[in-house]
Design a binder for this molecule. Structure first.
Ligand code: ATP
Length: 443
């Protein structure tokens, strides 16, 4: 059985230390979450996998890490100050607030408990634009001169550094600039666990191309970004593209396709791939007075590149990887909960168990674990409980391999290596484990 509700994954995430409610000891803070030990590893692994695919394995992409706080004029030029808003309505009766485009009926759906036990059904105010950017002030004096915004996307830091990176990297389009980092949006209705939050992380890449090549590169990235999720184990049946209708396109976009994932709550956007044309570079050139274009000194060729942007959410990807990996299996009257995470994403790669707590087995197991750790392989050690229980604990967090040290280990130097998905066991020489696991992680 795959996950039939997000709650199953939320419960597992809390129980095993993937994600906790933020400020939990103070009663939590609406829709803010902290990543626990396993979640921190999983999230890192997702970001590393993205960086590896988008930067390290490519010749044409540079990395960047720009500041969260930028000059306020950046957000004026990008259009965020004027247009980055959602339509907000208030219920005139109970004062609850909603995003107008989320509402299904014409009256307030807020639920009132007993003795009324009914929807509020109050009428709404006219929708008004609610800007999603968080404001803050730089320095001790609060005023319009010190006003700053927490970035609502990482993309603008890339556009403002376009010239820097092109020059220092001696680049010529087509080339890309990739960045991973926190973004902040004061969402009216956050929710569905880590799917929509006010503080989240993005993985964005702006790919600068000669204007007449945009269609080719748009098609390329649309395809490549879907394939990334498939290569990391997501069932293709749970993925689809949704091409935006022309009247749905953002003001800067020529074309947009969302990569959508089939969550238990329905098909939802996981990543957007957009052609942003030369909109951003032109706007920043106008507003800053700087020339933001590609110029070839020899051929005298000069143009403002067009941009293809794959923009993904780290937290959303984490949620989809967890949901997709989740399975409850009935085994001999028992339920096995298992996360079939791709080994590269799994927080723990190998768990090492001594079969019993005597005859030198714990020490031997720890030696084997140390040899794996020395290779940079994330491991866990567990010596308590029946071996079947220990396997289950690891299955539930997605550990791909478990190693058991037993009586034969001392004499013959071999251990059992058990596979999470097939549950099959093989006998392998302990000394070969670091190479063997490294090899399987690479594959
Ligand atoms: P949505 O329509 O869901 O609000 P969007 O189209 O505004 O998303 P983009 O601006 O295209 O999103 O951002 C790129 C990616 O960043 C999204 O596909 C998503 O994965 C992630 N993202 C955006 N907003 C949030 C949020 N509030 N919480 C978590 N992830 C988010």
């Amino acid at each position: 059985m795959p996950a039939t509700s997000i709650e199953q994954v939320v419960n597992l995430a809390k129980r095993r230390g993937f994600v906790y409610p933020a400020s939990e000891i103070y009663g939590g803070l609406g829709s803010c979450w902290d990543y626990g030990p396993l979640g921190a590893e999983l999230k890192r692994n997702v970001k590393d996998a993205w960086w590896r695919t988008m930067v390290h394995t490519r010749r044409d992409v540079e990395g960047l890490d720009s500041a969260v706080l930028q000059h306020p004029d950046v957000w004026k030029a990008s259009g965020h100050v004027d247009t980055f808003s959602d339509p907000l309505v208030d219920c005139k009766k109970c004062k609850a607030r909603f995003r107008a485009d989320d509402l299904e009926g014409a009256t307030c759906p807020e639920r009132h408990d007993a003795p009324i036990n009914d929807d509020c059904r109050g009428h709404f105010t006219e929708p008004r634009a609610f800007n999603l950017m968080f404001q803050t002030h730089l320095g001790p004096v609060e005023g319009s001169a010190s006003l700053a915004y927490l970035r609502p996307e990482t993309a603008q830091g890339i556009f403002t550094n376009f010239l820097n990176v092109m020059t220092t990297g001696r680049r010529k389009p087509p080339f890309g600039i990739a960045q991973i980092g926190k973004s902040f949006r004061n969402e009216i209705t956050p929710g569905n666990f880590i799917f929509r939050t006010r503080e989240f992380e993005q993985m964005e890449m702006e790919y600068f191309v000669p204007p007449d090549e945009w269609e080719t590169w748009y098609a390329y990235w649309r395809e490549a970004r879907m394939q990334w999720y498939v290569d990391l184990g997501i069932d293709p049946a749970n993925l689809r593209y949704r091409d935006h209708d022309p009247d749905e396109l953002a003001h800067y976009a020529k074309a947009t396709a969302d990569v959508e994932y089939k969550l238990p709550i329905g098909w939802k956007e996981l990543e957007g791939v957009a052609c942003r044309s030369d909109f951003d570079l032109k706007r920043h050139a106008e507003a800053s007075g700087r020339t933001l274009e590609y110029f070839d000194g020899q051929t005298r060729e000069r143009y403002v590149p067009w941009v293809i942007e794959p923009a993904a959410g780290v937290d959303r990807a984490v949620l989809c990887f967890l949901v997709d990996a989740y399975e409850e299996q009935e085994l001999d009257g028992d339920t096995r909960t298992v996360l079939h995470l791709h080994p590269r994403l799994a927080p723990v790669k190998v768990a090492v168990f001594p079969l019993v707590k005597k005859d030198g087995m714990p020490e031997l197991a720890m030696e084997i674990e140390d040899a794996l750790r020395a290779r940079g392989i994330a491991t866990a050690y567990d010596k308590s409980g029946a071996i079947g229980r220990r396997y289950r604990r690891q299955d539930e967090i997605g550990t791909p391999w478990c190693i058991t040290v037993d009586g034969e280990t001392k004499e013959q130097g071999t251990v059992t290596l058990r596979d999470r998905d097939s549950m099959e066991q093989e006998r392998v020489p302990a000394a070969e484990l670091p190479d063997l696991i490294t090899e399987r992680l690479r594959g």
